[in-house]
Design a protein around this ligand. Structure first.
Ligand code: FES
Length: 312
């Protein structure tokens, strides 16, 4: 018994040792959770108070409408790029005098404007995070918010206190260095933890028809979940016709078969994304990607499905 518990303790220590340093640091920041909850409540209340237009606005800010991809990661490239140019221009001005001081000021201002938009999209995406993902997102958000404040102060000094130009340059450079660390955490959030990625990206599904049940397995108006060559599929019969799409919500993996069906649209039980049976199109965020659509056929009482758009 004693040997077993010692072995278990050793295994736990080894597993901890294998965990990435960033994840280990994030795991210890429990103090972030109440703050995260307060921010999520505030973001939810802001959109809620706007009513139906608020929901449309929120979906657009996620990237569900117009862009059709997550908007936040695309926007964040602008401040990072602009602030990099600002730091270069600033120090070339200091070292050589051959670059005008205004070049750094302008690049900094462009970065600040883009960072404000990036912050709005970031806080909106943050509203639907939870658990460890939310804690990582909190670290990213806090770091980038601090950077935005630093860069705003630097911009303010340049505009209203010309005698402090070197202080403004030092601040902008420091903010840029912190931004690189914050961007690293943001990258880890997407590529390491899978926030805002398409949760159906790695499902293949059947190229040719495969059997998933018989006629009696799919009664009128009831959603049923089946597995088809590794792809979880939700099927519904409406007015006698069968329709199908991927059952794993593209947003964060929620089970669509447990969602609410209204007409031909199903609402995900986790964060309320809405998808249309028939073509899998996302018609309401926070999801930004469509569901994999499948075609269904019924022959001799046997129900078969295949991907509507084969991958190969
Ligand atoms: S998992 Fe988030 S809306 Fe479906």
């Amino acid at each position: 018994m004693e040997i077993d518990s010692r072995r278990i303790r050793r295994l736990i220590r080894q597993n901890r040792a294998k965990e990435r340093t960033l994840d280990r640091i994030v795991r210890r920041q429990g103090w972030l959770d109440p703050l995260a909850e307060a921010v999520q409540t505030a973001v939810g209340a802001f959109y809620e108070v706007l009513g139906a237009p608020g929901k449309t606005l929120k979906d657009a800010v996620h990237g569900t409408y117009v862009f059709g991809h997550p908007l936040h990661p695309a926007l964040t490239d602008v401040p990072i790029g602009a602030w990099t140019v600002a730091v270069l221009a600033d120090w070339l001005f200091v070292a050589t005098g051959r670059v005008p001081a205004v070049a750094g000021d302008l690049a900094l201002a462009v970065g600040v404007a883009a960072a404000i938009l990036a912050a709005i999209t970031g806080f909106t995406d943050f509203h639907e995070t939870n658990g460890f993902e939310r804690r990582t997102a909190s670290m990213h958000g806090l770091t980038m918010s601090l950077v935005l404040v630093i860069e705003l102060v630097s911009l303010g000094l340049r505009l209203w206190a010309p005698g402090t130009h070197m202080t403004a340059i030092a601040l902008a450079t420091g903010g840029w260095l912190i931004a690189l660390a914050g961007a690293y955490v943001g990258g880890h959030l997407s590529f390491g933890i899978g926030t805002a990625v398409n949760h159906n990206a790695f499902f293949d599904g059947p190229m040719d028809y495969v059997k998933v049940g018989t006629r009696d397995d799919f009664p009128e108006g009831e959603m049923r979940r089946v597995e088809s060559e590794g792809l979880p599929v939700v099927i519904v019969r409406q007015k006698g016709l069968l329709r199908a799409m991927g059952a794993v919500c593209a947003h964060a993996g929620g089970p669509l078969d447990e969602g609410k069906l209204e007409g031909e649209v199903v609402t995900c039980p986790w964060h309320g994304s809405r998808f249309r049976f028939g073509d899998g199109r996302v018609v309401g965020g926070p999801a930004t990607f469509d569901q994999p659509p499948l075609v269904v056929r019924e022959r001799g009482g046997i129900v078969e499905v295949k991907l509507a758009h084969p991958i190969e």
